[in-house]
Design a protein around this ligand. Structure first.
Ligand code: NAD
Length: 507
């Protein structure tokens, strides 16, 4: 229990704090003030050690956070964009200066290797950009004779933000930045699997100069505080990144409460199409990194790879070489590039899919055949590592082809023609990120156009992207498009004002 972290809620620029309470019999340690005083235990997936006691936000805590955000909204939204930007830019500085500490917290809580930690740099860009981006406004029009018409873009008020565990600070920054730059106030809930970086950032909010209530940060489980946020009558917009299943529950909660605006970034089952004229070494390197980076816990990962029959052996050999040379181990060791799955639930899910895939197709690497599927698995809580797994020859309707596994498990199947592979790539309820590899420019454009996917990498694979182009998915992968240029739109209402001015005439 040495160095056990106590991660608290942050509401109205106040934290819960530890206090000794007299029970009438004894002095006991308690966290106050809170409505529930509940906490949950957080274990490190690699070491299996208890690392934190985390506050479990109750429904009453959600109400308190919404009330604080509501109170803060009028003054915050009345500030000029420059004034709203100042604390955001300070937060960018803080996050960048403390990136090693943040990386270590994530490595401990959800197993992301510190050597792969790009999240703080990403957050720095978001906070800096949105610290200056709030000047965009509406239009004016003289097209209606006798009127000077105008449109205004105004903040919603209180916005809820619910984030997943696989890159917490990325989602925190890409949502909180534009939401508050636009003049909203926010209530954010971190994931129960990775609450520590959001909690750490909450300790810097007051110092950065954010007024009380502008950013409120909760931790806890989705079925308690998350669902309370989704059905809250005074939250007017909600931005969510997470699974398609949870997105659906939030959509229903929104419909059954106040029809709050919802923005979704959801799951994926990305295809990569490898044509016979591709640079096979590059294609194998890119697609292997896409699926096995972050131990396969990436929404955009190309978990389905389709290779043209004539180059099948060469491609698979190259892919296997890269997958077999991952540096597997302790995520706090900078040399390691393959850590554990985030927790026991994720680990068990991945093992279940490996067992299913063994039944339905051919297992080429990992999964207990010629490579171990697990690394020193020592019990319920620790060392939850899965070595890269390659399946081949899986039926297109098998579960490992159709469902998001969220682990280092790739299915490599074969195709003969362009039409055939486009049909297979599109035969999914997801549509987040597809990639294709060819030297034929016309084919690249033709196939890119036909793929039902929000993002397409040509001769590159996820996570390749760009700051200024929309990030988001087709179909069950989401409804939103986030980027430096697009994100602010999610957090602004549009209002048309028809301003009658006698004697003004037409243009
Ligand atoms: P999840 O849906 O289980 O949880 C996400 C968040 O929702 C957590 O904070 C959780 O507590 C909360 N939640 C759970 N139930 C809820 C409910 N009923 N109401 C409100 N909130 C609730 O997802 P996860 O396991 O944290 O993340 C992995 C998933 O996220 C994968 O499907 C992955 O593809 C997806 N993801 C998508 C993107 C993207 O940008 N499209 C990025 C990262 C992850």
């Amino acid at each position: 229990m040495d160095n056990l972290i106590e991660a608290q809620l942050f509401i109205n620029n106040k934290v819960w704090f530890s206090a000794k309470i007299w029970t009438g019999i004894d002095m006991v340690s308690q966290l106050v003030p809170s409505s529930s005083n509940e906490t949950f235990d957080l274990y490190a997936p690699y070491s299996g050690k208890l690392i934190a006691k985390v506050a479990e936000a109750s429904v009453d805590d959600v109400d308190s956070a919404v009330a604080a955000a509501e109170t803060a909204f009028p003054a915050w939204s009345a500030l000029s964009p420059i004034e709203r930007g100042k604390p955001l830019k300070k937060l960018a500085e803080m996050v960048l200066a403390r990136k090693d500490e943040l990386a270590n917290l994530e490595a401990l809580s959800m197993g992301k290797p510190v050597g792969d930690y790009f999240d703080a740099g990403y957050a720095g860009v978001q906070f800096n950009y949105f610290g200056e981006a709030a000047y965009a406004q509406g239009n004016t029009s003289l097209n209606t004779p006798g009127f000077l018409n105008m449109s205004l873009r105004q903040p919603f008020g209180v916005v809820a933000i619910i984030i997943p565990w696989n890159a917490p600070l990325v989602f925190f920054s890409k949502k909180v930045g534009p939401a508050i730059a636009a003049g909203n106030t926010v209530v954010l809930k971190s994931s129960e699997k990775a609450p520590l970086t959001s909690w750490k950032v909450s300790q810097w909010i007051t110092e950065c100069g954010f007024p009380p209530g502008v950013i409120n940060i909760l931790s806890g489980h989705g079925h308690i505080s998350g669902s309370a946020m989704a059905s809250h009558m005074r939250i007017r917009a909600l931005s969510f990144t997470g699974s398609t299943r949870t997105g659906r529950a939030i959509q229903i909660a929104s419909a059954q409460s106040n029809l709050k605006k919802v923005v979704f970034e959801l799951g994926g089952k990305g295809p990569a199409l490898i044509f016979e004229d591709a640079d096979l070494e590059e294609a194998a390197k890119g697609t292997e990194h896409s699926i096995n980076g972050q131990s396969g816990q990436t929404c955009m990962a190309n978990s389905r790879v389709y290779v043209q029959e004539s180059v099948k052996e060469r491609f698979i050999e190259a892919f296997k070489k890269f997958a077999s040379s991952r540096r597997i181990g302790d995520p706090t060791d900078p040399i390691v590039n393959h850590g554990p799955q985030a927790d026991k639930v994720q680990y068990d899910t991945v093992l279940r899919y490996i067992a299913i895939g063994k039944e339905t197709g051919n297992l080429l690497l990992g999964g207990g055949s010629n490579e171990p599927a697990r690394n020193n698995y020592a019990g319920a809580k620790g060392n939850l590592t899965v070595h890269p797994v390659i399946f081949t020859d899986q039926p297109e309707d098998s579960r490992v082809v159709k469902e998001e596994i969220f682990g280092p498990v790739v299915v490599i199947n074969v195709f003969k023609t362009e039409e055939e592979v486009i049909a297979k790539a599109n035969d999914t309820e997801f549509g987040l990120y597809a990639s294709l590899w060819t030297k034929d420019l016309e084919r690249a454009l033709r196939v890119s156009k036909k793929l039902e996917s929000g993002m397409v990498g040509v001769n590159c694979a996820s996570p390749t992207g760009s700051w200024d182009l929309p990030f988001g998915g087709y179909k069950g992968s989401g409804t939103g498009r986030e980027s430096l240029l697009e994100s602010m739109e999610h957090y602004l209402e549009h209002k048309s004002i028809y301003f009658k001015v006698s004697g003004i005439g037409g243009i």
